[in-house]
Design a protein. Structure first.
Length: 136
């Protein structure tokens, strides 16, 4: 039995290294009009967040200030443009982009759309608690 076949049969524990996704195949499998996260890291115990984002052709993520954390962006398929405070960066498959925390950015998908992976430290979830008794 090959290692690949053994890996397919075994279910690793949460703390074991493992294959999560082939981003190239995920990008190819997504419909051309797919928009938003087409994959995300859902492992419960983790310190990172990761998403595969799909943008249809011509879609624009409007100019905004990024969160208070650094983000790595890996272009998987398609093309686009990252507009920053000081200019722009053309985005092509294989490009690895660093988006520093609180940096200004706008992302525009090219003619064939844009598929990219983002990885960043996990953000704390918003915890909502019921209000305490009145007067406390």
């Amino acid at each position: 039995m090959t290692m690949d076949r053994e890996a397919e049969m075994a279910v690793p524990a949460e703390s074991e290294p493992r294959l999560l996704i082939n981003t190239g195949r995920a990008a190819e499998a997504a419909r051309d009009d797919a928009a938003g996260a087409i994959w995300k890291l859902e492992t419960a115990e983790r310190h990172l967040d990761a998403n595969v984002i799909a943008l249809p052709a011509g879609t624009i993520i409007q100019k905004h200030w990024g969160p208070d954390l650094d983000v790595m962006m890996h272009v998987i398929a398609g093309s686009g443009r990252l507009t920053t405070e000081s200019g722009y960066v053309d985005l092509n498959p294989g490009d690895l982009i660093w988006l520093p925390r609180r940096s200004q950015r706008q992302i525009t998908a090219g003619r064939a759309g844009l598929r990219y992976l983002t990885v960043h430290p996990r953000r704390q979830s918003l915890v909502l608690e019921p209000p305490g008794p009145r007067g406390s």
